[in-house]
Design a binder for this molecule. Structure first.
Ligand SMILES: Cc1cc2nc3c(=O)[nH]c(=O)nc-3n(C[C@H](O)[C@H](O)[C@H](O)COP(=O)(O)OP(=O)(O)OC[C@H]3O[C@@H](n4cnc5c(N)ncnc54)[C@H](O)[C@@H]3O)c2cc1C
Length: 471
């Protein structure tokens, strides 16, 4: 597809739609919108213009204009993505949702919150809590990512093992389609099989099929009590083996079950500048449990603690108040920052495998790391098989890094698929994993994705050059 450049006339038309204060053309300010949280320079690209609509009508006008003029448009939330999804790889317009940041309604009778896409996930969680409810979506980036970005990436996070990913909490979406048409899918009905499940086609579509302009989120009753357990293990196999035991022998589904390998434990110690308990352990497991009564909570964490101790846990540290819980969570939550201190350039991967295969895949990754003499610390969500294997550049020169990274990724993805896994559990494909998608995904499914894209976006103007190749 051949696209047109953004002309002065197009900029003027954008100014007419959103006002001069909401159009950015200053190259220094455009820089902010050239990338997301993927640190490598190959995944940065300057937009020609950034536009910040304040309502759905404006989004629709912008898309109609881009569609007429054949200019690419890249929707952008907070830019915390880890797949270069919000990066305008072909230039054109970045459509930033940052000004659409209102909580529109808390519906106490139907347990819904209706929000615009630019509200941060943390604000959604806080408002739900203030109202006596609970919003269960919880990516580690909650303080900075937008709820619209969470919808577009179907964000997972720490609580997915119990509550599922973002898609589980979305019952309605207002969208602007790539043609500029506005439509609302679903709403506040809890059941709805009136036609295809278009909501769940849109959730996770990474801004390629429509711009999300309003979201209907399901709220839950708020669990009143929680506890966090830190359990060091000598090795990863024993650590991961406790996951099904907690659920089947214990009959408990924890809110979170996270793991960190040896390299991550060391990085966390360096970053936090303190020694962690059993700092030489082979693996850490962090488990959070929630309950509606204190006695239920105590019973649950005692059961879990005993299962861990009977199955190789070296000790069980219980955080039953805010400060002790925060202390435990800190070592896991700040891992991205901790690894960045070790190596400012890194490649964080997001493979996902059946839970029982985590130790086998980690052992294979260790072999690959030794073969290519590269450090690959691994951490992630043990409860749902999601592994953030993170390749560190450290002091490698650019050419070596590029070469090693390509080879390591190829082998790592092959091992993942050989163990029943997939490229991405929660971060998505974006631009970063597009080549791998072409290689590893079933060609029939690649064809289905391309057909859906073409049907909804005949001019391929919305977030083009992402996920799959479409002609
Ligand atoms: C420290 C850190 C921790 C993280 N932890 C997690 C985690 O635990 N779980 C997890 O899943 N992710 C995690 N992430 C990744 C990231 O925060 C999520 O992918 C998040 O959902 C992205 O939201 P965003 O608003 O920043 O979106 P952006 O990065 O701006 O965009 C992401 C994608 O969504 C599209 N998009 C954004 N808004 C819209 C919209 N309104 N309509 C249509 N398309 C849109 C963009 O085009 C792009 O393709 C983490 C990132 C960091 C930096």
């Amino acid at each position: 597809m051949r696209y047109n450049r953004v002309t002065e006339e197009i900029v003027q038309r954008l100014v007419d739609i959103v006002g001069p204060g909401n159009v950015v053309t200053d190259p220094e300010k455009l820089e902010v919108y050239a990338g997301d949280e993927v640190p490598e320079s190959e995944w940065k690209h300057l937009p020609e213009v950034v536009v910040k609509p304040e309502n759905t009508g404006q989004v629709s006008e912008i898309i109609k204009l881009a569609n007429r003029e054949l200019v690419p448009v890249t929707p952008r939330g907070a830019g915390t993505g880890l797949a270069a999804g919000a990066v305008p790889m072909l230039g054109g317009i970045v459509l930033s949702l940052e000004n659409m940041n209102r909580i529109l309604e808390v519906d106490r009778e139907n347990l819904f919150m209706v929000v615009e896409p630019g509200v941060t996930t943390g604000e959604v969680q806080k408002r739900a809590q203030e109202e006596g409810y609970f919003y269960a979506g919880d990516p580690c980036s909650a303080d900075s990512s937008f709820i619209g970005g969470n919808v577009a990436t179907n964000a997972g996070g720490n609580k997915a093992v119990k509550y599922g990913t973002t898609s589980r909490h979305i019952y309605g979406l207002e969208l602007v389609l790539p043609t500029g048409e506005i439509t609302t899918l679903g709403g506040k009905c809890v059941k709805d099989v009136t036609g295809y499940d278009l909501i769940h086609l849109m959730v996770g579509s990474e801004g390629t099929l429509g711009v999300v302009t309003k979201i209907y989120l399901k709220l839950l009753p708020r669990p009143l009590h929680n506890a966090v357990l830190l359990v060091p293990f000598a090795g990863m196999q024993a650590a991961i083996d406790i996951v099904p035991k907690i659920m089947t022998n214990g009959g408990i589904i924890p809110t979170s079950i996270e793991f960190m390998d040896k390299l991550c434990i060391k990085s966390a110690e360096n970053y936090l500048n303190r020694s962690l308990p059993y700092g030489d352990a082979g693996a850490y497991i962090i488990i959070e449990v929630e309950a509606y009564t204190e006695s239920q909570l105590e019973a649950d964490y005692e059961t879990i603690g005993n299962i861990c101790l009977e199955n190789g846990g070296l000790e069980v540290f219980v955080g039953d108040n805010k400060s002790s819980q925060e202390k435990i969570w800190k070592s896991r939550r700040y891992l991205a920052e901790a690894l960045r201190v070790t190596s400012p350039v890194y490649c964080m991967e997001d493979i996902v495998v059946p839970v029982s295969n985590i130790p086998k895949v980690l052992a294979e990754i260790e072999k690959i790391a030794r073969k290519y003499e590269i450090k690959i610390p691994c951490f992630g969500h043990a409860g749902d098989g999601n592994i953030h294997a993170t390749l560190l550049k450290e002091d490698m020169d650019e050419a070596t890094w590029h070469d090693k990274k390509e080879k390591v990724l190829e082998e790592m993805y092959s091992v993942t698929y050989a163990h029943g896994g997939k490229l991405s559990g929660e971060h998505g494909i974006g631009a970063k994993r597009k080549r791998a998608m072409a290689k590893f995904m079933d060609p029939v499914q690649l064809k289905m994705i391309a057909a859906i894209k073409k049907a909804l976006d005949p001019n391929l103007i919305l977030n083009p050059d992402k996920l799959v190749n479409v002609q």
